[in-house]
Ligand binder design. Structure first.
Ligand code: SAM
Length: 229
């Protein structure tokens, strides 16, 4: 995510973008097939799953094709939600609703077993009042999840920046996985990092930098289990 900066946090930007690029679908960072082994590890097929900031991604369709039966998608852009409702009107396993992830009050607490976020917290962090908005979003994610439910955050954000935000929002037990960026383009070369093996995580995440090296070519995947003990 570079260049457009603050606009990524604004609904008008996404409405315009989805109007201009009506063709879709487009998946940020990674497509479903490359993340499927990790999803299958942490998200059983009978889970009710919420996708926050779904965009026009084919990720949720991939989940349903893989056997997930209840995938609820929300996005702040009415343009993309209307397009997705139309596109998937024959897939009852997929629901699309216009919603701001900072206020998901139309869902009761504990409504979901899993929440998946691919690029949406990152977008909010590019916008104005980014820290407050990110905190609001994360506290809503924690609220709509059942106890022991899982929040999967796929991001470019390193542990040093993402861990403090996560830890201030909810009581989580957090595991970190990484995936090579190039694999998102269908590159079949040998993986440098094994997706399903967590990376050891110390208190502030600096051990991860030491292990992966400077500017590693990876996306980070935070697997956060709600742990309200
Ligand atoms: C970087 S895109 C990621 C889209 C999709 N998750 C993917 O992986 O391709 C970020 C998405 O978040 C949505 N978004 C941004 N702020 C939001 C908010 N406060 N509430 C809900 N959706 C939001 C945007 O409309 C956009 O579709």
């Amino acid at each position: 995510m570079t260049g457009t900066g603050q606009a990524y946090g604004e609904s008008w930007y996404w409405d315009k973008r989805y109007t201009d690029e009506a063709a879709g679908p487009f998946d940020w960072y990674q497509k479903y097939p490359s993340l499927k082994p990790l999803l299958n590890l942490y998200v059983p097929h009978n889970y009710r799953v919420l996708i926050v900031g779904c965009g026009n991604s084919a990720f949720s369709e991939g989940m349903v094709d893989d056997g997930y039966e209840d995938v609820v998608n929300v996005d702040i852009s009415s343009v993309v939600i209307e397009a997705m409702q139309k596109k998937y009107s024959d897939r009852p396993q997929l629901k699309y609703m216009k919603m701001d992830t900072r206020d998901m009050s139309c869902f009761e607490g504990g409504s979901f077993d899993g929440v998946v976020d691919k690029g949406t917290l990152d977008s909010i962090l590019c916008g104005q009042s980014s820290q407050q908005n990110a905190a609001k979003m994360l506290s809503e994610v924690g609220r709509v999840l059942k106890d022991k439910g899982v929040y999967i955050l796929i991001t470019y954000g390193t542990p040093v920046f993402r861990l403090p935000l996560l830890r201030n929002s909810c009581l989580w037990s957090i595991k970190l996985h990484v995936i090579d960026k190039q694999l998102s383009e269908g590159n079949s070369r040998q993986r440098k990092w094994e997706l399903t093996s967590p990376i050891p995580l110390d208190g502030d995440g600096k051990s991860v930098e030491a292990m992966l090296g400077e500017n590693p070519d990876v996306h980070y995947i935070y697997v956060c289990i709600k742990d309200n003990r």
